[in-house]
Design a protein. Structure first.
Length: 103
């Protein structure tokens, strides 16, 4: 799944306006929040912890209109705890968001 930055970038731009420093701070905050939930998912060993981290990830992504992450979080919530394929897909998209010049 390729990351389509449109809605995410529009949400950042709407929140930051012309303030590039604020936009960078918002991007960093988003990345750190996703990283925390991804770490919890990777360490989850039971269904409840896995689903809770995936649901929190969905909520973080929804706040920034990161639709691909929302979709992957929903898929992960239905899967097995610690599924490396699910977390790898999320991590790949996160890498693109972290440094948008890598597109």
């Amino acid at each position: 799944m390729a990351f389509h930055p449109g809605p995410f970038d529009h949400a950042l731009a709407a929140a930051a306006g012309d303030d590039r420093a604020l936009e960078a701070q918002l991007r960093t905050g988003f990345v750190e929040s996703v990283e925390r939930q991804l770490d919890l998912m990777q360490r989850a060993r039971c269904d409840a912890n896995w689903r809770l981290a995936a649901q929190h990830l969905h909520a973080v992504a929804a706040g920034f209109h990161a639709e691909e992450i929302m979709h992957l979080a929903d898929e992960a919530a239905q899967g097995a705890p610690g599924d490396p394929a699910a977390t790898r897909k999320i991590a790949d998209i996160l890498d693109t968001i972290r440094d948008p010049r890598n597109d």
